[in-house]
Design a protein around this ligand. Sequence first.
Ligand code: IPE
Length: 284
Amino acid sequence: MPQREPAGALTGPFAIPSLPIAVVKLGGSVLTRKRESEKLRPKVLARLAREVAEVRTHRIVLLHGAGGFGHPGAVRFGLSLPPNGSASPTERIRGAAIVSAEVRRLHLAVLRALVDAGARPWSVPMATHAEQEEGRLAHIDLDPIDRALAGGFVPVSFGDVVPDRVWGSSILSADTIAVELAERLRPDRVVFVSDVPGVYSPGAAGRRHVVRELTDEVYSALAPAPGAPDATGGIRGKVAAMRAIARRGVNAGLISGLSDGALSRALRDDGSTDGSWARAESSS
Ligand code: IPE
């Protein structure tokens, strides 16, 4: 798969070596205690930031989720649903403002951890570069990501509350941004970092085991998670995004960020020592 060079890549002393691109999404479940409101896992964040800062084989585009900083408010104010549900229009707008502010607190913690680890993060908030229609992505401008890469930065974006043509505002998951980036940047892999070692075999009784290869059949067998505090579809939504990435000709893996070095391993060699992978399909 040919790599797309960032538009306007710098030349001369600022030329950035043309390494392959890897998109990494740090899930809200690993950065925060998702069922509790606004609880960061600072040690996990610091270690993952170090693993990102130490990568020498790839240019990294980093995404992160919202976890306990976004989902409780998104669910409470119904931001993934049409208006006219539980919240009044003014409550919904106020809720969107609150969730937007909270996810930015997490974003700042991620940026700080990356700077402390010696990386060069560059914030690209999609609320100002994307628009949705009835909760689905309608337009996204990824040029700011290209420009940050061309400047030698690690672009960092995140799941966010974004403008919605019909609902006023709605939730855009970083998983959806990852699918768009797979199409646009043609990375050699997309790695989803989570709090589980992979996707557990659907319906496996007794000892659960991780499914190594994520096929359409595995996706179909996954039941929607009941009662999960998640505005963006939980593990089933994640596997759907990974299958979509594989159909675009890019490998997509799900690994645990709680095990030391798993992210580094996922970015090394063929990267598939840990976790569950949706294998790149040849694209026409
Ligand atoms: C969710 O984004 C965004 C908000 C709820 C504001 P993600 O879907 O990427 O977040 P996680 O990884 O599930 O927490």
